[in-house]
Design a protein around this ligand. Structure first.
Ligand code: SAH
Length: 465
């Protein structure tokens, strides 16, 4: 993040605007909306500003700008088309420790102005860090369409009842749920349609009708976070992630996906690196139970799909035994994600009539699988966790009848911007892993379908330096 977004209280504070043209007038207008006392330093004024001066809304100093004009100011804005003056303002402000913005000259600014959506007291500010004001405006236009005009009035209603609700509810989790109900339900609709008095009455009745002492009942949402690309989450996953009080996540969950969990939710890392779990599985199971029993909405976020090599079954088994309510949200499993993003269809009428997902996890230094069943023609075999056992996997498949020239692929960090796909055959795969220093998470796909990649690949991310 290049800039820290903050909202500044300028009520009654002196602000200096240098320049009296159209651009300056837009900045002045924003400052006035924020309750600032504005002095404009400019020999000439636009029509609009002249009008404000005559109404006594702003002060005017017609002298040429001098550094002392900034003494005692909370903020300075330079909006002249004279670069020398702009620099002077910037230098004078910096010398006095006053935040300064120079229109269209980012190098002279200590703060930048965002694009804003004003539903006061709700204000949304959008910034691209100066990279593209046009993009910021386009984002703003989109947000305008999804934020109802009545949001400001809704926020006022909440403000009026805030203390009352706080006192009424003993548990913060219950209080938050109460507000979510209010803000998404009938009462909000009353506000949007201009019936504020009815909304007030309904809100008071709702408070009176709710037992504020009741212990909240928690729930666990076992959610598949997919293979990495956040666009592959389901709507349901996203919605529940946005409601979480706490999220317990694995190493495989990509940072971009984790980013979409409600910002204020507590985050607990449950590890799951090969051979050393940050928290042992049994403890994770009990952690979920404990959090839910505290009345929290717990999101248990896993890579891929929770029921495919994800131990999801074990976790909800403990929940079921303890009587904790839960839901399961499927995710795109690594095999589906990696196959799609590497252009390798897992089945194909000419090459593969079945597909098998197996774990290639080493146990006691070996991989125990039903090799004769895997070494079949017309079949695609996908190995999860197979990187360390790749030598054994290839050897056993050949020993049980597959040709050494059978095609195979390694997909590392599939669906992400770091995706790497390497292809070869059963004979060459182990040395490819070594030479190319392939790292986890990597999926191994074995079968003739791998050859289709040459024609069907489409996702070739290039990482900008
Ligand atoms: N529940 C997960 C799998 C967990 S097992 C799912 O449904 O995808 C962990 C293994 O999944 C890793 O060792 C790796 O083989 C595979 N994997 C998960 N995400 C991956 C990704 N983005 N790219 C390649 N392989 C991945």
């Amino acid at each position: 993040m290049d800039f820290l977004p903050i909202f500044l209280n300028l009520k009654g504070r002196s602000c200096a605007v240098v320049g009296g043209g159209e651009v300056a007038s837009r900045k002045v207008s924003l400052l006035l909306n924020a309750g600032a006392q504005v002095t404009i330093h400019a020999p000439e004024l636009s029509e609009t500003i002249r009008h404000w001066v005559s109404e006594g809304k702003v002060r005017h100093n017609p002298q040429a700008f001098s550094a002392e004009a900034l003494d005692g100011c909370a903020l300075a804005i330079a909006a002249t088309d004279d670069r020398a003056v702009n620099r002077q303002v910037s230098d004078a402000a910096k010398a006095r420790g006053i935040p300064v913005n120079v229109v269209d000259q980012p190098d002279l600014c200590t703060f930048i102005m965002p694009s804003i959506i004003d539903r006061s007291p709700v204000v949304v500010a959008v910034s691209t860090g100066g990279a593209s004001p046009v993009l910021a405006r386009l984002i703003r236009a989109r947000l305008e369409t999804v934020i109802p005009a009545g949001y400001g009035r809704l926020a006022q209603l909440v403000a009026a009842f805030r203390d009352k609700v706080k006192q009424h509810f003993k548990y913060p989790a219950r209080r938050r749920r109460f507000w979510e109900d209010v803000l998404q339900g009938q009462i909000a609709e009353l506000v949007y349609s201009g019936q504020e008095a009815a909304a007030h009455k309904a809100l008071q009745e709702k408070i009176d009708a709710t037992d504020g002492e009741k212990i909240p009942v928690g729930v666990v949402y076992l959610i598949g976070g997919g293979p990495g690309d956040p666009d592959l989450l389901t709507f349901r996953a996203l919605r529940l992630m946005q409601e979480a009080d706490v999220v317990v996540y694995d190493r495989l969950v990509s940072p971009a996906v984790l980013e979409l969990v409600r910002r204020d939710a507590e985050r607990i890392y449950a590890g799951k690196e090969r051979d050393h779990h940050a928290i042992p599985q049994e403890d994770i199971n009990h952690l979920l139970v404990r959090l839910a029993k505290e009345g929290k909405r717990v999101v248990r976020l896993k890579g891929g799909d929770p029921f495919i090599f994800g131990r999801g079954g074990e976790e909800i088994d403990t929940l079921a035994a303890e009587g904790v309510p839960f839901q399961v949200v499927p995710g795109i499993t690594a095999a589906a994600g990696c196959a799609a993003y590497s252009g390798i269809p897992l089945t194909h009428r000419d090459y593969a009539h079945s597909v098998v997902f197996v774990t290639g996890h080493l146990q006691d230094g070996t991989v125990n699988l039903n090799w004769p069943a895997l070494a079949q023609p017309d079949q695609t075999v996908v190995f999860y966790m197979g990187l360390h056992g790749v030598g054994i996997i290839c050897r056993e498949l050949i020993r049980h009848g597959l040709a050494p020239s059978t095609s195979a692929a390694l997909v590392q960090q599939g669906t992400t911007r770091n995706q790497r796909v390497l292809t070869g055959d059963l004979e060459s795969l182990p040395s490819i892993v070594e030479q190319a220093q392939v790292k986890a998470p990597t999926l191994i796909i074995v079968g003739d379908v791998v050859r289709l990649r040459e024609r069907l690949k489409w996702f070739e991310p290039t990482v900008a330096n």
